[in-house]
Design a protein around this ligand. Structure first.
Ligand SMILES: [Zn+2]
Length: 436
């Protein structure tokens, strides 16, 4: 059965407030959204507009999906691709660009104009110098879920950005106006999920292509393993979008949204949740509170978190709180002993000796699993640090982190806790093979 048209699904979900089927679909299928406008739902979507003088595409999807996205575009139009705009330089938005480049090359004619914010260039350079780090982050973040998302593994996991990734040929700092045929397109830079982000506005049609400013999940402003994000500037960008009174909004993840009122409602709720967090955190920082107190005090209203486009299934508010702290403060969390701490192994060994051995610690961790998983994880880590080769300890630690993963909602937390369980399972496996 063909999937429901994304605009139809979006209207049903937003008007009912209930999402009982996936809103982030990675089908690589193309849907027409308006005359001459289509989207391919993928790892990042590609939004395709037929300017009458070629196709202008917004985002290229990832390394594993770029080719399928181009195939879908080709099932819709045979026009040459004239422009590829990067909403930002994340790998799931530019990693598939080689497939767009290959399509243009195979057809001959005008070279492809690749457009992005100036800082996309810095990002591509940074991905080159930190390739190994980014590969390992993504293995942890998406560990065990990538294949479910229908992605090809392989080159993606060795090389964070494929070698043939296209570098922007046109860049800008603040705003860029492009005229294609008789149509004017505005590209607006704003920081939010990244420092190199843009959103596109078609003033005549009042269309906005928002990149990751809207992802149909709680805003990805907290990611524990990645560089700084900008919660308040993100909210400001959303409010600027509302001012344009868009009639159609197409994000790079999740569903497109139509109708001025519906769009404004979504943008306003998203901006509000970010502003609420920033204001709470900054007020507490100004009052001299520690990160520990802030983390365990600040919250987002449950009715906002229940919205079908704000569910904390990818990132989550607790991580955003930390990122706000890092933006306005420093990396030190305010606990004196953690300014210049002992090695984990030394701390683990000392606590374990006081408790009566690592087996006592892990037994208590297992007991705590039903009442306090946060605390159980602390004890499991201490036991693991104290006894890095101990099979009983690591069987227990794996069980604790498996339970923790099941208890969490966000993919980011699940990924990290899955990796922790895997570390311990690895110790048990090596011991059984006599490698320890
Ligand atoms: Zn993205």
């Amino acid at each position: 059965m063909a999937p429901v048209h994304p605009l139809e699904l979006s209207t049903i979900v937003l008007d009912s407030g209930v999402a009982d089927e996936p809103v982030n679909r990675i089908t690589n299928e193309l849907s027409e959204l308006a005359d001459g406008l289509a989207m391919v739902e993928s790892f990042s979507h590609s939004v395709v507009w037929d300017s009458g003088e070629g196709l202008m595409c917004f985002d290229a999807s990832g390394a594993g999906s770029g080719r399928s996205v181009v195939e879908s575009i080709r099932s819709w139009s045979t026009e040459p691709i004239s422009h590829l705009v990067y909403t930002h330089g994340h790998a799931d938005h530019i990693g598939g660009s080689f497939a767009f480049g290959a399509d243009v090359e195979a057809r001959g004619g005008r070279p492809l104009e690749v457009v992005g914010h100036r800082k996309v260039l810095d990002r591509i350079e940074r991905y080159r110098t930190t390739n190994g780090w980014n590969v390992s982050i993504n293995q942890r973040q998406f560990g065990g879920v990538r294949s479910e998302m229908g992605l090809e593994l392989g080159e993606n996991l060795q090389q964070f950005l494929p070698k043939g990734t296209l570098v922007p040929s046109t860049t800008f700092d603040h705003e860029l106006e492009i005229t294609v045929g008789a149509t004017q397109i505005e590209l607006h830079h704003a920081r939010g999920e990244t420092d190199d982000h843009l959103w596109a506005f078609f003033p005549r049609e009042r269309w906005i292509f928002s990149g990751d400013f809207i992802i149909w999940n709680y805003p990805n402003a907290g990611n524990p393993q990645k560089v700084q994000r900008y919660a308040l500037e993100w909210a400001t960008a959303l409010r600027r979008m509302i001012e344009q009174a868009p009639t159609l909004l197409v994000p790079a993840h999740g569903l497109p949204i139509e109708g001025e009122e519906r769009i404004a409602g979504v943008l306003n709720d998203m901006a509000t949740t970010l502003e609420t967090l920033v204001h709470q955190v900054v007020a507490m920082m100004n009052a001299g509170e520690t990160l520990d107190t802030i983390i365990h005090t600040v919250s987002v209203p449950q009715d906002l978190l229940a919205k079908p486009f704000l569910r904390p299934l990818y990132d989550e508010p607790e991580f955003v709180v930390r990122n706000i702290w890092r933006l306005y403060g420093g990396w030190w969390d305010g606990a004196s002993s953690r300014l210049k701490p002992s090695p984990d192994s030394v701390l683990g060994a000392e606590i374990s000796q006081l408790a009566g051995g690592p087996e006592v610690l892990i037994a208590r961790a297992l007991e705590l699993m039903t009442s306090d998983l946060r605390l159980a994880c602390h004890l499991a880590d201490l036991a693991g640090w104290a006894a890095p080769d101990n099979v009983t300890v690591h069987e227990g630690r794996a069980a604790v982190y498996d339970a923790r993963r099941r208890d969490e909602l966000s993919l980011m937390a699940k990924g990290i806790f899955t990796a922790a369980a895997r570390e311990s399972k690895d110790v048990v496996k090596r011991a059984s093979l006599g490698e320890l």
